[in-house]
Design a protein around this ligand. Structure first.
Ligand SMILES: [Zn+2]
Length: 279
């Protein structure tokens, strides 16, 4: 087989396995549990999941989406996440070819997906994702630097340091001003840890633009979709409408991946438009 196709297939298979692990992280970290021990069990009958039932996607399909002990339904979210991560990894191999760039892109995108899921469901950005992501991005930037490969997506080591500070600092400033304006907490500390990782990946300029892109995404999603739906629900139930909190990480994380891949092109375009170089 063509080595390029082989790489993509290998990345997809690795991705499916990491997707399976991501499911464990997403379901355990917000509850403060270890992802290593104990082995996965059915929450109802406590039957341990066998290794062959843990094979990504296939295991879920062979069980018919039910626990083999008590027929408790197993969420379809598990195989969906596995397929999604497999596609992220295949896409990273397609864009990045062999080697470090593809691995960095795939890992970064997987972490961002995990953060999107936990923040959407629990308003939590687990340190497991951000601490690992931070060191992964920094260490691989140093490796890439000494390899001498020109950077196409990720920041250089120096820019990574500036980016981490700019990203975390910028979101902290917004949170501070928001808190003063709204008289309540506007931004969780988790958002600052997330933006440290994002800034380390994309450098200072693209990190700050990531926040603006995420704010635009989040504002439009909540004003057009989420608020009207919860307002209608409150009306129907005869409750007073209380606007739901915006989990900002849900929008920061995907915006970061977009800026990682397309940020340079966007800055070039903006620079030409304004007549000044933006980076
Ligand atoms: Zn069971």
């Amino acid at each position: 087989m063509d080595p390029f196709v082989l790489t993509i297939v290998a990345f997809a298979l690795f991705g499916a396995c990491f997707g399976s692990f991501l499911n464990v992280c997403v379901s355990r970290w917000p509850a403060g549990l270890s992802v290593v021990r104990p082995a996965s069990r059915c929450p109802k009958c406590e039957r341990e999941i066998r290794w062959h039932e843990n094979v990504p996607v296939v295991g879920w399909m062979r069980l018919g989406g039910k626990c083999a002990g008590c027929a408790l339904p197993i969420s379809i979210e598990y195989p969906i996440v596995e397929v999604t991560v497999a596609m992220l990894w295949a896409g990273a191999a397609y864009l990045g070819g062999y080697g470090l760039d593809a691995l960095r892109l795939a890992t970064f995108a997987t972490i961002m997906l995990g953060i999107t899921l936990t923040d959407a469901r629990h308003y939590v950005i687990p340190d497991g994702f951000t601490v690992f992501g931070f060191f992964f991005v920094l260490i691989t930037s140093v490796i890439a630097f000494f390899n001498g490969t020109p950077e196409q997506w990720f920041a250089t080591p120096i820019d990574a340091m500036y980016g981490a500070c700019a990203g975390a600092g910028f979101i902290a400033i917004i949170g501070w001003l928001g808190e003063v304006a709204l008289k309540k907490e506007a931004m969780g500390f988790g958002d600052a840890t997330l933006m440290a990782v994002v800034g380390a990946a994309v450098g200072p300029t693209r990190a700050i633009i990531t926040v603006f892109v995420a704010a635009a995404l989040g504002a439009s999603t909540f004003l057009i979709i989420v608020y009207p739906i919860s307002w209608l629900r409150a009306q129907r139930a005869g409750r007073e409408f209380e606007p739901p909190l915006v989990p900002f990480g849900v929008f920061l994380a995907p915006a970061a991946v977009v800026m990682l891949l397309g940020g340079h092109a966007l800055l070039d375009w903006g620079g030409t438009l304004l007549g000044v170089p933006l980076h």
